[in-house]
Design a protein around this ligand. Structure first.
Ligand code: EPZ
Length: 429
């Protein structure tokens, strides 16, 4: 089993480059299934979720060539298979995007649904409603397979009666080659939705309004190839911004889009960090004390739910009591018990966490319960007195490229060590 070992107490100082956005990459790489010519995708993050998608694309018949560490060529001309089995689909959450692209290209798809995960139940009812609105028949087969079929996908009006990034993306993927106009209302507005729309438009799609509540998609019969560069990762950037503030650091974070960070920047300034924005970089310096603040996670451009765990660590170090409200997921405070092992004073009541700041953190053995919780525990370990051991770091490596070396480059004392399972059982069990 691999784990991180962190000696806390140091400051993060220096420069760190940000990788391509995980949540844009999982949509854009999957969307290449709709292309009739090869696509070159640049700034692809070198993370586990991406490796899984490239494996699935190969399994269904695509040609995937690595051009360099962050560039891939994908040719899906010969894709025939419209099925993603459970043993592949279960490996990451967004495998359901294969439903949208295979339906959009072949008029049929069969993809296993991963169950709920560490953030609570994660239904796909809004995805299914979007497919049905476009004329597809959706059935839940035994073994957890979701089957979608449509003789014809017809453009339509889709009102999302719940805010969903994934359902918005799947609706776009299914509608982009449908007959006629599709209007999606109450659409997701996240930067990675805009990035997907820009990619599809570069292939010849006709999508307008991405980034607003109303997205209009005029179906086209052909989509060509494209060369496209994925946007920088807003949440990886936010994670390093919080880590710099938490460790009284001085960090220049490069390859970013400051506009995507406005809410995080505003909160960090309020809590006590100095944040300087440049064209494609952002500098975070913290020398003084930290002030309490209240946080409510919201859809973009509000404070991202994927930054909730990280900012909670920062507020645990601040003077005073802060209130964190998680309004997107129904179970996104599982990391709090591990922060409490490290000396944080946090009470959770439903979707609210009350953080009584000012109690110093002490190193302890903790477990990453999901990707962002793991990142938050790393930040806590960097600020704690003594040594922190973080288990289940595969969660972190799903979405953060080279986290350990990027932190070491900023002066952090973090190592990845392998400890054999005392019972000799494989992690896969
Ligand atoms: C995307 O997940 C991101 N993942 C998540 O990032 C992110 O936290 C989330 O959006 C919210 O911003 C990817 O983009 C791959 P949702 P997604 O559909 O699309 C409920 C990370 O750490 N819902 O916007 O699955 C759902 O249960 C990950 O990078 C329904 O009820 O999120 C949740 O409570 C974690 N029915 C809320 O809506 C549906 O059909 C928002 O979910 C779909 C969702």
């Amino acid at each position: 089993m691999e784990r991180f070992v962190i000696q806390g107490g140091g400051r993060l100082v220096g420069e760190v480059p940000i990788s391509g956005a995980k949540n844009a990459a999982v949509a854009i790489l999957t969307a290449t299934v709709l292309a009739e010519k090869p696509c070159i995708i640049e700034n692809v993050p070198n993370i586990r979720d991406v490796s899984i998608i490239l494996k699935i694309l190969t399994d269904i018949g695509a040609v995937v060539q690595t051009i360099d560490r962050s560039t891939v060529m994908i040719d899906t001309k010969h894709v025939q298979k419209a099925e993603v089995p459970y043993e592949m689909a279960r490996l990451y959450r967004a495998s359901y995007y294969f439903l949208g692209v295979l339906l959009g290209r072949f008029g049929r798809a069969s993809v296993a649904m991963p169950g709920g995960c560490d953030l609570g139940v994660r239904p796909i009812d809004l995805h299914i409603k979007a497919f049905e609105a476009l004329g597809a028949k959706v059935s839940l087969e035994q073994g957890g397979m979701v089957d979608v079929k449509a003789d014809n996908l017809i453009g339509t009006h889709i009102y999302m009666d719940g805010y969903s990034v994934g359902a918005t993306i799947n609706a776009i993927l299914a509608a982009v080659k449908a007959n006629g106009l599709t209007v999606i209302e109450n659409a997701g507005k996240e930067p990675h939705i805009v990035d997907l729309a820009n990619f599809l438009n570069s292939m010849g799609a006709d999508i307008r309004g991405a980034g607003t509540d109303v997205i209009k998609i005029r179906g086209v019969s052909h989509l060509g190839g494209a060369t496209y560069s994925i946007i920088p990762d807003q949440i990886e950037t936010g994670t390093f911004m919080v880590a710099a503030a938490a460790t009284r650091g001085n960090v220049l974070i490069k390859n970013v889009i400051p506009k995507h960070l406005e809410c995080i920047t505003a909160k960090l300034r309020k809590i006590g960090a100095v944040v300087e924005e440049f064209d494609d970089s952002i500098k975070v310096v913290r020398t003084g004390g930290l002030l309490k603040d209240n946080i409510k996670t919201m859809p973009h451009p509000g404070f991202p739910t994927d930054m909730q765990a990280q900012i909670t660590v920062l507020l645990a170090l601040a003077q005073g009591t802060s209130i964190i409200t998680e309004s997107i997921f129904d179970n996104r405070f599982r990391y709090v018990e591990h922060l409490r092992h490290m000396g944080a004073h946090i009470q959770v009541d439903g979707n609210i966490a009350i953080v009584e700041g000012g109690h110093p953190l002490k190193g302890a053995p903790v477990i990453a319960t999901d990707l962002r919780a793991g990142a938050a525990l790393i930040i806590a370990g960097l600020c704690a007195q003594g040594t922190t051991y973080i288990e289940d770091i595969y969660h972190i490596e799903r979405g953060y490229e080279d986290m350990e070396s990027k932190l070491c480059g900023l002066g952090a004392d973090i190592k990845k060590i392998y400890t054999p399972d005392p019972l000799g059982m494989s992690q896969a069990l």
